[in-house]
Ligand binder design. Structure first.
Ligand SMILES: Nc1nc2c(ncn2[C@@H]2O[C@H](COP(=O)(O)OP(=O)(O)OP(=O)(O)O)[C@@H](O)[C@H]2O)c(=O)[nH]1
Ligand code: SF4
Ligand SMILES: [Mg+2]
Length: 409
């Protein structure tokens, strides 16, 4: 997997008194022994940094700090170091125990608030001392998230991951490109937009518009064509394009017309990367292979457009999936903010590209599927897979392709 530069990682600080279990919590989240844990107060003396890919958040850097309630010269030094960390985190976790919240924690919360850093209160060690309702209410202050957990048993650690996702600053989610990172400035991307009876009258759909805008921002060139003019469009270029992006529904025809050496993908797969988690959704797609007669498949769309004749979610995806698996499947459909609480009946979730939605909500859905053990894929990935051109469509994304190849050695 490509490493994100340190500056692009979301910096998450773990703060709190000595011995509350900051280091234990870091180890529980990362499932590794990153930081030394002991019953002796003051174990962590220098900040410990751990860069990692944290699902569903993406690249993060955890900073485990020294407990800072101690007195004396040594205590003052630790305090200074911890203050420096308060200055550079994007998200703060205040670790405490039930019944222990006091002036010290108040001041930590105030320090974070002063820096406009969102805070999560993590009440640890609930295996030995549960959080009473009264205290839960008192700590559930506006602007902060509250999680009760146990680093020792793992209870509630999933809730902390969700809180991290919920509280992360919005700009963490929109620093990515849709397509321009795949097309160097001055190079050409050919965008294939079939104008069939499902195409809206007189305009383009949002993923197409977003891709064109992104290419313009990246100072790349966009050549937009219908599928039947594609050969002519390619022939008009002095050299092969850097990328061909097609509407998923024209995948087969486009794959036949584009020389194998030219990278090719679909708008919907670009959307999975931009608005979701491509590697996780590629992993989810592999579950198509295991679908059997009578299995339930949930088709989820972010926007609430009216289904049209040969609607992709209601007609085409079900048809392609049943053709590929040779099994009669049971499809359910949800739109907008409707997403079932109980995912257990489903063997697969097929999500649209989420072009009108926000990424945080999509990542939360992916996370919920993961917790429920239900694979989640997306329209473009499902179509490419059931048409037998999955590898080709993932060609532009080496780390996603790796997920597939690891499963198909
Ligand atoms: N029962 C129980 N014990 C825990 C839990 N989390 C941590 N501990 C114990 O609490 C003690 C302190 O844990 P650490 O993770 O070292 O605490 P810390 O906040 O990093 O401490 P300093 O680095 O000294 O500031 C250790 O003995 C841990 O085993 C928990 O959830 N339940
Ligand atoms: S939000 Fe989903 S269903 Fe709606 S237009 Fe975008 S990709 Fe299609
Ligand atoms: Mg520690």
């Amino acid at each position: 997997m490509q490493a994100a530069p340190k500056a692009l990682r979301l910096h998450i600080g773990l703060f709190g008194r000595r011995n509350v279990g900051k280091s234990s919590l870091l180890n529980a989240i990362t499932r590794q022994q990153v930081s030394i844990v002991s019953a002796v107060a003051g174990t962590t003396t220098d900040p410990v940094e751990k860069p990692m890919e944290l699902l569903p958040l993406g690249p993060v850097l955890f900073v485990d700090t020294a407990g800072i309630d101690d007195e004396g010269a040594l205590g003052e030094l630790r305090l200074q170091r911890t203050r420096a960390i308060l200055d550079r985190v994007d998200l703060g976790v205040i670790v405490t125990e039930a019944g222990a919240w006091g002036r010290f924690e108040d001041s930590l919360a105030a320090e974070l608030a002063r820096r406009k850093v969102p805070a999560i209160i993590a009440v640890n060690k609930i295996d030995v001392r549960p959080l009473a309702d009264g205290e839960r209410e008192r700590l559930g202050r506006a602007g902060s998230a509250l999680v009760a957990l146990s680093a020792a048993t793992g209870e509630g650690v999933g809730g902390l991951r969700e809180a991290l996702l919920r509280m992360a600053p919005a700009d963490h989610f929109d620093s990515r490109r849709i397509v321009a990172d795949l097309v160097p400035p001055g190079e050409v991307a050919v965008l294939v937009v079939p104008i069939d009876k499902e195409a809206p009258k007189g305009r383009l759909i949002l993923p197409q518009v977003m891709a064109i805008r992104d290419l313009l921002d990246g100072e790349s060139l966009a050549l937009v064509t219908q599928d039947r003019e594609l050969r002519r469009a390619l022939g008009s270029l002095g050299r092969p394009p850097a990328l061909v992006v097609t509407d998923s529904q024209a995948f087969l025809k486009v794959a036949a017309d584009v020389p194998p050496a030219v990278p090719m993908t679909s708008f919907s797969i670009l959307m999975a990367r931009f608005q979701g988690d491509l590697a996780e959704q590629v992993r989810g797609t592999l579950a198509v292979e295991r679908l059997a007669r009578g299995d339930r498949v949930l088709v989820a769309e972010t926007c609430t457009h009216h289904p049209i004749g040969d609607d992709i979610g209601r007609v085409k995806i079900p048809r392609w999936l049943e053709q590929y698996t040779g099994a009669t499947l049971e499809f359910s459909h949800v739109q907008g903010h409707d997403f079932p609480d109980d995912l257990s009946p489903y063997r697969l979730v097929v999500h649209c590209g989420n072009c009108t939605g926000n990424r945080r909500e999509m990542l939360a859905r992916i996370h919920r599927c993961r917790e429920a053990g239900v694979p989640i894929t997306n329209y473009g990935l499902t179509i490419a897979y059931s048409l037998g051109i999955f590898e080709r469509a993932l060609g532009p994304f080496p780390s996603a392709l790796e997920v597939y190849r690891a499963d198909h050695p």
